[in-house]
Design a protein. Structure first.
Length: 340
């Protein structure tokens, strides 16, 4: 499996602005490879379109079976326009253009451009921001505090950067795909020395209200001192689901320049509105670099009642190609399935 990364920066004048600097930066990455998911073994009937002539079943359904091995591709381009005033304050806006294929596992027929289909290139809702002396305030399609907490995703590995040690809870984050115009958010971040922190607020129904959704609140704080890093975060009403509260704490230690270990704990939220608890997740992970290779591994535990087993694990390796990275990994999940 291979993940090719690229980044280019273009500084372009947006016109004559007195006592200010303005420009647009363009960056992103592309990845491609092959994935195998033992859990993709479902079969049944799929409603393909109401306009299709009824088949032998007398309806518009087609029989399907899922393929366990698929190609996957992603192309992401970030467009960041900003202006710096003569007082040193930076204002900007970010849009993301992204195409994904072969990663979602859903059965939406190509032709539907919704965010779950992953069958067409999509433009994200806008993120607007201001920055000054370590402070950053965002409005719109914002980065949220839990999703931005250091160490939260550090057990991830493989082509798709995944881990069974990740949170299984639902919560808001910057969205690469469109969403309904009722959602809006506000976040604030600050960093100085070894300290970083942030808060965020998401209203999923800013222009109207409906049952089952409420505002999400999130906070994080982290501190690094020498070889040690600690991080903690909390989210209330994650993804706008009432009582979907999530708590995270993590710590990492850099043994030396080539090796580090970390331990994360997550008190998960609930499975949908009024659903059961998703349990607790604990993951121990480590990385070791040898020349251009970085070896990765983790051991995770989660006690959600619906799991086939409570233990998951993964190992992987990144190889630096100089401007690109070859990534591979194999994982064993709570569903007793193998993924690589």
């Amino acid at each position: 499996m291979k993940k090719v990364l690229f980044a280019s920066t273009i500084l372009a004048s947006l016109g004559s602005v007195a006592y200010a600097e303005s420009g647009v930066t363009i960056d992103g990455y592309g990845r491609f490879g092959v994935i195998y998911d033992e859990g993709r073994d479902a079969e049944g009937f799929l409603d393909i379109a109401p306009a299709v002539i009824p088949n032998s079943n007398g309806n518009t359904e087609a029989y399907y079976s899922q393929n366990q091995t698929t190609f996957t591709t992603r192309l992401r381009i970030n467009l960041n326009a900003k202006v710096e005033t003569d007082t040193g304050v930076t204002f900007g806006g970010l849009l993301r253009l992204q195409y994904d294929d072969g990663t979602s596992g859903n059965l939406t027929v190509p032709g539907s451009a919704d965010s779950s289909a992953n069958t067409t290139a999509q433009i994200s809702p806008a993120l607007l921001y201001g920055e000054y002396m370590g402070f950053r305030v965002e409005v719109g399609n914002v980065n949220t505090a839990l999703d931005s907490a250091p160490l939260f995703y550090d057990s991830e590995l493989g082509l798709l950067d995944t881990s069974y040690g990740d949170s299984s809870s639902s919560f808001y984050a910057f969205s690469s795909a469109p969403y309904n115009t009722g959602r809006n958010g506000l976040s604030a971040f600050y960093s100085v020395g070894g300290f970083s922190g942030g808060v965020s607020y998401i209203d999923p129904a800013q222009t109207y209200t409906y049952d089952g959704k409420t505002e999400e609140y999130s906070i994080f704080a982290a501190y690094s001192a020498g070889a040690f890093t600690v991080s903690g975060a909390a989210t209330w009403n994650g993804a706008g689901i009432k009582s979907n509260d999530i708590y995270f704490v993590g710590a990492a230690y850099a043994i030396n320049d080539v090796a580090n270990v970390g331990l994360n704990y997550i008190d998960e939220g609930i499975d949908g509105t009024d659903g059961p608890s998703l349990g607790e997740t604990v993951v121990l992970y480590g990385n070791y670099a040898v020349d251009a290779m970085t070896f990765k591994g983790y051991l995770a535990w989660n006690n959600y009642d619906a799991n086939d087993n409570d233990t998951a694990a993964g190992v992987g390796m990144d190889y630096d190609l100089g401007g690109a990275v070859f990534k591979t990994g194999i994982q064993y999940g709570y569903d007793s399935d193998i993924f690589f």
